[in-house]
Design a protein around this ligand. Structure first.
Ligand SMILES: NC(=O)c1ccc[n+]([C@@H]2O[C@H](COP(=O)([O-])OP(=O)(O)OC[C@H]3O[C@@H](n4cnc5c(N)ncnc54)[C@H](OP(=O)(O)O)[C@@H]3O)[C@@H](O)[C@H]2O)c1
Length: 328
């Protein structure tokens, strides 16, 4: 059994825990919250053995192998380093950190820890769950097959209308709020996965009263005039699809493309639909991957690599520079 800890008992922690307790080989053992009552209620809900009111104690708990970090973006670096420093592997929610410098500090910490502790290394991965979803990997395989010819463009969006709360995680600048880090990361991840790093990018955004972006339009430019047109929003519902255009057809990851979903492939007059049903929320794929990586004593994922997390953060940094959004 792999003994999991959960750090931060918010919304996504619940969805993750629902899948974790159904995943073979996983045991939700310890939960940590700033509030003991919240930790106890969470632990009771998912049959975790220990509930703690301290992230520090969770990190140092002797019966934990890996900790899932589900706090706001602004704390990901500190919480990842806290857990790794106590010898725990880490699966840290997206966005991995606030900027490339922070990501590099997390990676340097992991490397230094593992150099010092070669018999008890820690594993570190960004919880970019889309990387592990079957429909997403199906599209990557189809693209590689070359059946539709070369890719000529991508359009992807992710938008929803959030209730406006200037102090809440989504709009509060000191918690790393804004549409870009919360949902814009997914269209950027799609562009990175299907097209790689662009030659350049442009972006425009509407910055709201708390200083974070309410929506953001991004265009990534690749060679031969290929473009990825991306959009994120917290102030309107958008289709939340990703469409890849090819010389001989198109592939659409249907709504909502970042979570377990389907694929529609059109070639000439023919359209085929592929479904990928699951009874889970979709987090079990990344959980199973973590188990495999731990069994192989890896320090880095073979799929959501440190380089991919660095590149994703470089894109976020470039977009932030374009739209004039600084968190410090
Ligand atoms: N992969 C996905 O599908 C997905 C979906 C949604 C969000 N996310 C990511 O998951 C992370 C958390 O998002 P969420 O929607 O779960 O947020 P949330 O509901 O606000 O929960 C965040 C938790 O972080 C802890 N926390 C620690 N310091 C805090 C502070 N100063 N202010 C507020 N909370 C603080 C709190 O837990 P305690 O009170 O228990 O300490 C809180 O419940 C973000 O990185 C987000 O991007 C991922």
């Amino acid at each position: 059994m792999i003994r999991w800890g959960i750090l931060g008992c918010g919304k996504i922690a619940h969805k993750f825990a629902e899948d974790l307790i159904k995943t073979e080989g996983a045991q939700l053992h310890v939960v940590g919250s700033r509030s003991l009552a919240k930790a106890k209620a969470f632990a009771q809900n998912y049959q975790a053995a220990h509930a703690l009111d301290s992230y520090q104690e969770l990190a140092h708990h002797p019966e934990v192998d890996i900790i899932y970090i589900a706090t706001p973006h602004m704390f990901h670096k500190a919480h990842s380093i806290l857990c790794m420093g106590a010898g725990k592997s880490v699966l840290c929610e997206k966005a991995f950190a606030m900027n490339l410098q922070e990501v590099d500090q997390m990676l340097a910490f992991a490397k230094a820890y593992n150099d010092k502790n070669p018999d008890q290394t820690v594993f570190l991965m960004e919880a970019l769950w889309t990387q592990f979803l079957p429909h997403f990997n199906f599209v990557l395989t189809q693209q590689k097959s070359g059946d539709l010819g070369a890719i000529t463009g991508l359009e992807a969006d992710f938008g929803f209308k959030a209730d406006y709360d200037p102090n809440g995680r989504l709009f509060n600048k000191s918690l790393g709020g804004g549409s870009l880090y919360d949902v814009g990361i997914y269209p950027l991840f799609a562009a990175l996965s299907f097209l790689g790093m662009p030659e350049s990018l442009n972006a425009t955004a509407e910055i709201g009263p708390t200083g974070v972006d309410h929506h953001c339009h991004m265009t990534l430019h690749y060679k031969d005039g290929v473009k990825a047109k991306l959009h994120s929003a917290l102030d309107q519902h958008t289709p939340t699809t990703a469409t890849l255009y090819f010389e001989h057809g198109q592939m659409e990851l249907v709504s909502r493309f970042h979570e377990p979903s389907g694929v529609r492939i059109t070639k000439g007059e023919t359209t085929e639909v592929f479904e990928f049903p699951t009874t889970y929320n979709g987090y079990h794929y990344e959980i199973v991957h973590c188990h495999q990586m731990l069994a192989q004593k890896r320090t880095e994922s073979t799929q959501m690599t440190w380089q991919k997390s660095r590149q994703l953060m470089q894109l976020l940094d470039q977009v932030r520079q374009e739209i004039g959004l600084s968190y410090h």
